[in-house]
Ligand binder design. Structure first.
Ligand SMILES: *Cc1c(COP(=O)(O)O)cnc(C)c1O
Length: 421
C-alpha cells in the first residue's frame, strides 16, 4: 500500500537525520522515526476521516457525504465513455446540462436550471451577466461574509457591479429598495444570512414585495440562497428553512444555491429560475470556465434522483443522519461503552453546520472520555487509523454518534480501543 519508494525515502531520510546528529540511535528509535515519517506522508494526502464532531455538514471535512448510489453511478460514468454531450436518440451533439436540468425542474418547479462549479461561481456568473458596470441593490443586513473569502461586497466588486447598500444593519424595508432604484439599477439581490442571526428590533423587506418592485422596474430579483434546501427540514424537527421552492413561489427570478450543503450532493453551484434569464446565463462565455465535469454531473443527477420520495432520499447521508432515531443512537452508544472502558454515554447536541441554520441543533448521543489531557487525546484520535475528529466539551473528549455512520462503528471502536482503551 505504501509503495517501495515511499518506504525507501522514509528510511533514507531517517538515516540521514541520524547521521547528521552524531549520536548512535537505537534501532527501535530509528524504526519509530520511519513510521512517524510515513504517517506524516499519509496525513498529507487526502484520506477518509471519521467525523465525530456532531457537525453534519462540516466545511473542513468535505461538507456533505455522498450517497452510495451517487458514488456508484459516478464511478460507472467516470471509468468509461458516456453520452455527456451526445444525444443518443438523434446521434448528434447534445448538451451536458440537459439531464440535471430536467431533474432540477421537476424537483423545484423552476422553468430552467444550470449547474456551475459552486455557489460562488454561480453568483459570479449571474453578476457578470446582468450587472457588469451597473448597480446592484443589497440590504445592509445581508452584506455577509460566509468564510473562505466569500464576501458579498467583494464578489460584487470583482464582477464589476456597483454595490448600492440600503437600510440599516437591523431594519430594512421595501421603500429602502424603491428609493435606491435608478436607471442604472441592474438587479435587486437577496443573500441568505447563512452563519449568523440578527435578533431583537429587526425588520426585513418581504421577498414577494421585492419581486413586485423588481417587476415594476423591469429588473430581475436574484437570491443567493446558499444552503439550498429543497425539502422542508421541519420534517426532521428542525426549524423551517427557506427552500428553493419558497424563493421561486415568492417571485424570485433567479435562485442560486450550493450542491453540497442541505442538498447532500457534490460541490456544485445550482442556478434555477426564469428561462429567459437562464438563457442569458447560458450564453455567457464565462460559463465555459465555470462548467462542471462529468463526475459532478453524474453525482448530482444520481443524488437528485433520490429525492423521488422520503425513503430513497434518506439514502443521502445528510438525511440518514438527521433521521436516525435517538433510540438507535443510544443502542449504538451502549455497544461502544460496553467495549471501550472508561467511557460515559452523554446526551449531546449535533449541529447542521455548512453555513446554514446557525442556531439549529439536533438532539444526539455522544461517548465522553474524561481525561486530564483532552488536547492530547484529540491529537491521538486524529493520528489514528482511521483518523477521528472529535470535539471537546465540558473538558471531556466527545464522540458524537449522529455523524458517525453505523457501518463505521466497528472501525471507530477498534481505533479508540487502541488509543483510549
Ligand atoms: C455557502 C454559501 C455560498 C458559497 O457556496 P459555495 O458552494 O461554497 O461556493 C454563497 N452564498 C451563501 C449565502 C452561502 O451560504
Amino acid at each position: 500500500m505504501l509503495g517501495r519508494d515511499a518506504l525507501k525515502r522514509a528510511v533514507a531520510s531517517e538515516l540521514d537525520a541520524a547521521r547528521a546528529c552524531d549520536g548512535v540511535a537505537a534501532y527501535e528509535h530509528l524504526a519509530l522515526g520511519v513510521i512517524d515519517r510515513l504517517d506524516r506522508d499519509a496525513a498529507a494526502s487526502l484520506v477518509a476521516v471519521i467525523n465525530a464532531t456532531g457537525v453534519l455538514l462540516h466545511t473542513n471535512l468535505g461538507r456533505a457525504p455522498l450517497a452510495e448510489a451517487a458514488c456508484a453511478h459516478a464511478c460507472d460514468i467516470g471509468r468509461g465513455y458516456s453520452n455527456l454531450e451526445y444525444d443518443l436518440t438523434l446521434g448528434e451533439r447534445g448538451s451536458r446540462y440537459d439531464r440535471v436540468t430536467g431533474l432540477l425542474r421537476e424537483i423545484t418547479g423552476a422553468q430552467d436550471a444550470l449547474v456551475v462549479n459552486n455557489c460562488a461561481a454561480a453568483m459570479l456568473l449571474i453578476l457578470d451577466t446582468f450587472a457588469k458596470g451597473r448597480e446592484v441593490v443589497v440590504a445592509r443586513n445581508q452584506l455577509i461574509e460566509i468564510g473562505g473569502g466569500f464576501r458579498v461586497p467583494e464578489v460584487l466588486e470583482r464582477s464589476g457591479a456597483i454595490l448600492v447598500e440600503v437600510g440599516t444593519t437591523n431594519k430594512v424595508n421595501e421603500r429602502d429598495f424603491e428609493r435606491a432604484l435608478t436607471t442604472d439599477t441592474a438587479l435587486l439581490l437577496r443573500t441568505h444570512q447563512s452563519n449568523f442571526a440578527i435578533e431583537g428590533f429587526t425588520a426585513d423587506a418581504a421577498p414577494p414585495a421585492l419581486s413586485a418592485l423588481a417587476r415594476r422596474a423591469g429588473i430581475p430579483l436574484v437570491e443567493d440562497l446558499g444552503s439550498g434546501a429543497v425539502v422542508d427540514l421541519a420534517e426532521y424537527g428542525l426549524p423551517h428553512e427557506r427552500t428553493v421552492q419558497d424563493a421561486l413561489r415568492d417571485g424570485v427570478d433567479v435562485v442560486a444555491f450550493s450542491g453540497d450543503k442541505l442538498l447532500g450532493g457534490p460541490q456544485a453551484g445550482i442556478i434555477v429560475g426564469n428561462s429567459a434569464l437562464t438563457a442569458r446565463l447560458r450564453a455567457n462565455p464565462l460559463l465555459r470556465a465555470l462548467r462542471v465535469d462529468k463526475m459532478t454531473l453524474a453525482l448530482l443527477a444520481a443524488t437528485l434522483r433520490l429525492y423521488h420520495d422520503r425513503r430513497s432520499r434518506e439514502q443521502i447521508p445528510f438525511f440518514a443522519m438527521l433521521a436516525m432515531p435517538m433510540e438507535s443512537l443510544r443502542e449504538r452508544a451502549r455497544r461502544y461503552a460496553a467495549q471501550v472502558g472508561n467511557a460515559r454515554i452523554v446526551d449531546a447536541q449535533a449541529f447542521v453546520g455548512g453555513g446554514s441554520l446557525p442556531r439549529a441543533h439536533v438532539p444526539s448521543v455522544a461517548i465522553a472520555f474524561e481525561t486530564p489531557y483532552p488536547d492530547q487525546l484529540m491529537e491521538r484520535l486524529r493520528r489514528g487509523r482511521p483518523p477521528i475528529v472529535a470535539r471537546i466539551e465540558n473538558g471531556e473528549v466527545r464522540l458524537d454518534l449522529r455523524t458517525i455512520a453505523p457501518k463505521q462503528d466497528a472501525a471507530v471502536i477498534e481505533a479508540v480501543l487502541g488509543i483510549a482503551g
